[in-house]
Every structure is written in structure tokens, then in C-alpha cells.
Write a protein that binds this ligand. Structure first.
Ligand SMILES: [Zn+2]
Length: 241
């Protein structure tokens, strides 16, 4: 196998590795996005729970206070009959009426409070439902994501071992050259000359460079630095020209 054939072989492995690594990164990114979204829903749920609990404590407290006041008013009305003086009784009755009006107003406020509480309960239930849903979706995704990543990792392991073997077939010089280029162009360190241009960066490649490629020497694109290879057609054209 010629050096260039080995390089092309390596290029295929590195292409595959780059694709697999990108796929792996995408799965992780999607999962992390979903985790962030679930956290946001959790924060929303906690806010809704806190708001509902605080409102509930306030409304229930007012409910008890209103009930006690109601009882006190009943007792005060009962006590009216025990007054011997009509005038005193009349004065007390006026005070009771005033307290009673105040109490009606508080009861109306309490009714509004109950409506608000119902709204807060609804928001809380919805927020709890949304979080629970996203949490179970996330758990499923974690399982399938882990499986997919394990599969990709084992594929990467196999290809990486093959790559190491192929790399070992190269003489020192082109190997060093290749390893330099693959750092910069991990998915396609070797580019074809197509229609007179580098398929990696579209820079036009002069006939001298085409000839040098054709002779089998390691030639790098002056534009992007990729190792060039000529398709048969390209090579013949250059030789004939
Ligand atoms: Zn190029």
C-alpha cells in the first residue's frame, strides 16, 4: 500500500471518528438542555408552591379570625337582654351593628381570598404536573442517551484501535505530518484536488503541486494545509498538461 493510500485510509477513519464524536456531543448537549429546562420548571414549581402555601396560611388564619369574631358577636347579642337600661342596651346594639358591618366586609374579603387561593392552587397543580412530566421524560432520555453514548463509545474504541494500527504502517515523516494536519482538520485532513481546486478550502492548486502529488510526495494545500491527493482524472490532466 502506498503512503497516500494509507493516508486516505487514515482519513476515512478520522472522518468517521469526527462524525461519531459530533454525534456524541450532540446527544450530551440535548440532554443538558433538557436538564436545564427541567431545572427551570422545578424553580417555577417551587415558587408556585411557596406562593400557594403563604396565601393558604393567610386565608385560613383570616377564616379562623372571622369565625371567632362571629361567635363574639353572637355572645354580645345574647348579652343585650340582660341590660336593665334601655338606653344602654340601645347603645350596645348600635355598637354590635357596627361590628357586624365590619365583619360582613371581612367576610367578603375572605371570599375573595378563597378565590385567589383556588387560582394559586391551580397554578401550583399545573407547575407540579409540568415538572413531574419533564422529570420522567428526562429519566427516559437519560437511559436512552446512556445507551446511545455507550454504543458510540464502543464504536469509537474499535475505530481508534484500527486507526492506531494504520498509523503504525506509516513511515515517521508522513506520520508526523499527518498528525499535525489532523489536529487542525480533524474530520478531513486529506483533501482531493477537484477541478483544479482543493476540495477542503477551494483554493486553486497549481500544476506543479498536482505533479508532486501525482509522484506520490506528501503535498499540502497552500491554503488550508490539508494533505492533497489527486483523483486519477486530475493527475492525468496535470501530467499531460
Ligand atoms: Zn485547501
Amino acid at each position: 500500500m502506498s503512503v497516500l493510500e494509507i493516508l486516505l485510509n487514515l482519513n476515512r477513519k478520522d472522518s468517521l471518528l469526527a462524525t461519531l464524536r459530533a454525534r456524541r456531543a450532540r446527544i450530551e448537549r440535548e440532554f443538558n438542555d433538557k436538564v436545564a429546562a427541567a431545572r427551570e420548571l422545578e424553580r417555577g414549581m417551587r415558587r408556585a408552591v411557596a406562593a400557594h402555601s403563604a396565601l393558604e396560611a393567610r386565608v385560613r388564619g383570616e377564616e379562623r379570625a372571622v369565625a371567632e369574631e362571629e361567635k363574639r358577636l353572637v355572645d354580645r347579642r345574647k348579652a343585650l337582654s340582660s341590660f336593665s337600661s334601655y338606653k344602654v342596651a340601645q347603645g350596645a346594639e348600635k355598637e354590635i351593628e357596627a361590628s357586624s358591618r365590619e365583619l360582613r366586609a371581612r367576610e367578603e374579603g375572605l371570599l375573595k381570598g378563597f378565590e385567589e387561593l383556588e387560582g394559586a392552587q391551580k397554578i401550583r397543580t399545573e407547575a407540579e404536573g409540568a415538572f413531574a412530566e419533564s422529570k420522567s421524560a428526562l429519566e427516559l432520555l437519560a437511559v436512552s442517551g446512556r445507551e446511545a453514548i455507550a454504543e458510540i463509545d464502543s464504536e469509537i474504541g474499535i475505530i481508534d484501535r484500527e486507526r492506531t494500527i494504520i498509523l503504525g504502517e506509516l513511515p515517521d515523516e508522513p506520520r508526523r505530518e499527518y498528525e499535525k494536519v489532523v489536529k487542525k482538520h480533524p474530520s478531513d485532513p486529506v483533501a482531493a484536488i477537484q477541478g483544479g481546486v482543493c476540495s477542503g478550502c477551494r483554493m486553486s492548486i497549481g500544476p506543479q503541486a498536482v505533479l508532486s502529488v501525482r509522484r506520490g510526495s506528501i503535498t499540502r494545500c497552500p491554503g488550508c494545509g490539508r494533505i492533497l491527493h489527486a483523483t486519477d482524472e486530475e493527475g492525468h490532466q496535470a501530467v499531460e498538461g
